[in-house]
Design a protein around this ligand. Sequence first.
Ligand SMILES: Nc1ncnc2c1ncn2[C@@H]1O[C@H](COP(=O)(O)OP(=O)(O)O)[C@@H](O)[C@H]1O
Ligand SMILES: [Mg+2]
Length: 212
Amino acid sequence: MSIHIINLSFAYGDNQVLRDINLNVETGEKIGIIGVSGCGKSTLLKLLAGLYSPQNGIVEVHGMCKPENIRKLVSMVMQNTMLFPASIKENITCGHPMSDEVIKQACDAAQLSDWIAALPDKMDTFVGERGGKVSGGQAQRIAIARAIAKDAPVVLLDEATSALDGDTSHAVLSALDNLTRGKTVVSVSHRPEILAGCNRIYRLEGGQLHNA
Ligand SMILES: Nc1ncnc2c1ncn2[C@@H]1O[C@H](COP(=O)(O)OP(=O)(O)O)[C@@H](O)[C@H]1O
Ligand SMILES: [Mg+2]
């Protein structure tokens, strides 16, 4: 079992967002989640990513319950990627020791290599707040390369393609294909091409998961 959620509830103050959620996901399964804005999709993913602790119930990822252990097993790609004010390389490694070969393979799989090859400073090109030269799609693919290099068994996608336009989005979709292949995936998305690849789709409503 990859993800095991038992009677999970979560509130922000008086705002009860998740109520008694149960979900089991086998290793390699792909789960789609849809639901209106504000229904709690991102909150659920943050609990699965070990960014929040459950207030009631259990979130278990590959047998681990402590958020600090869960964080090592999960990669998350969100809608609007914030890059660090640092080089492309540092944005991919996040300070973890990694061979150049691993970084190169992640860039290839994230469809970044042609763009990087055309930059004067290549991988050492500065990006982030003052990066300027980086488009939304390129930033998204750097975030995907980061997740590919981490090689965690669970991948969480939070509307990872929704801020992008047609052409860029195609490159991002193929980068996401490379990221998610063989992994356990929970994807919040309304895109038919992402939902089509899911084994199960749920609608989050009233704090609970319903078959969509
Ligand atoms: N950090 C936060 N503090 C307080 N309320 C929050 C916070 N994040 C989200 N919420 C509230 O929790 C509810 C669910 O939000 P969210 O999980 O972001 O929904 P979704 O991703 O489905 O749009 C909303 O009512 C939202 O306003
Ligand atoms: Mg959200």
